[in-house]
Design a protein around this ligand. Sequence first.
Ligand code: EPZ
Length: 421
Amino acid sequence: MDRLLITGGVPLEGTVTVSGAKNAALPLIAATLLTDRPVELDNVPELADVTSMLRLVQRIGTSATYVGGAPGRVRLHTPELLAREAPYDLVRKMRASVLVLGPLLARGGEARVSLPGGCAIGPRPIDLHLKALERLGAVIDLVDGYVEARAPKGLAGAEIEFPQPSVGATENALMAAVLARGATRIVGAAREPEIVDLALLLRSMGARIVGAGTSVIEIEGVARLEGASHTIMPDRIEAGTYAMAAGITGGTLLIRNAPLELLGAAREKLVEAGLELVETQDGFVARRADGVLEGVDVMTRPYPGFATDLQAQFMALMCVARGAAMVTETIFENRFMHVPELMRLGARITVHGGSALVRGVERLKGAPVMATDLRASVSLVLAALAAEGRTEINRIYHLDRGYEHLDKKLAAVGARIERVP
Ligand code: EPZ
């Protein structure tokens, strides 16, 4: 089990290049199941979750080959579906495996996908996914912890109304609707940029989609889809995380390949907290403005609100800000696993239900801590970069799921960080 050793107190200076977005790459890989033609994806991040997703589609019948040897470019080709199953051992490790449900139903008329089960940040059901697919004509049974879905006569377009936005359910519905007979209208769709990226690929494959990125998406089904090539959008969560690394260490980072507007509502909140964010032609510069961080309240909301995937990182920043900050998590039931670990570093946080009150302290102090889920892990890295002395972070396989070469990227801008087996 690898660990990270970090000695804090160094203001980070230099350039960080943001990788392709994990939460775009995963649905994009699933979408390649929709055609028997080859699809090339560029800017693919080297992440454990991406490897898992590639392994899943390979089991289904996709050949995945790196183009030109560089890991960032993958050619995916599924001439025919050899299997129609996402087994429990894969789904329990990565919930995004459920994203093969829509494509398998649309292309092959049947799918057997394990229910995801819980994860560190909450139960995370897939009821909205299943209701949407039933609206498109799928017959769905739950057998032995598996979703057994069938559409023997194919899928038929319909009106789908989501009572609350769900990124994954919107993606599954979208990928199923593109090959359904007739028109589909998704009302209450999630608006995340990763959904816009998915629609971009689908449209380049010949799908007819209008409105991705808004809460109403309209699709006209087509009989088949062609191959395409697509460059994956940059990872806005990684970009936001590095901006906060500059803020918490009092440094200056040029964050390349990520336009500033991708930060959504986090942009204003970071400026309110005392960061200076300046657009450049291929990204933006993040630095702590006049040397002081201010406590700022945040509430996570579906896009374009403050991203829940940036909540833990922002909380780390608030631990060393002046004054207090109320951090409210409205998307997931249990996304405060980082709180007790931050408190081991000297942070002062009290949790009441979905809200955590952070009282800023002068300095955090290094200590051994444990990563629990992907974004909680990186909030501990941020805190350790600002803490006095040495911090040891255990169970960092969580980090490898969502941050490409994090230790190398941080070391390259001056962090005293070492990965030890
Ligand atoms: C996506 O998860 C992301 N994952 C998550 O990122 C992100 O936190 C989340 O969207 C919210 O932005 C990927 O894109 C692979 P949801 P997803 O469906 O699709 C409830 C990370 O760290 N819900 O928008 O699973 C659900 O329990 C990960 O990169 C239902 O009740 O999120 C949650 O409370 C973590 N029924 C809320 O909706 C459903 O059928 C939002 O979930 C589906 C979801």
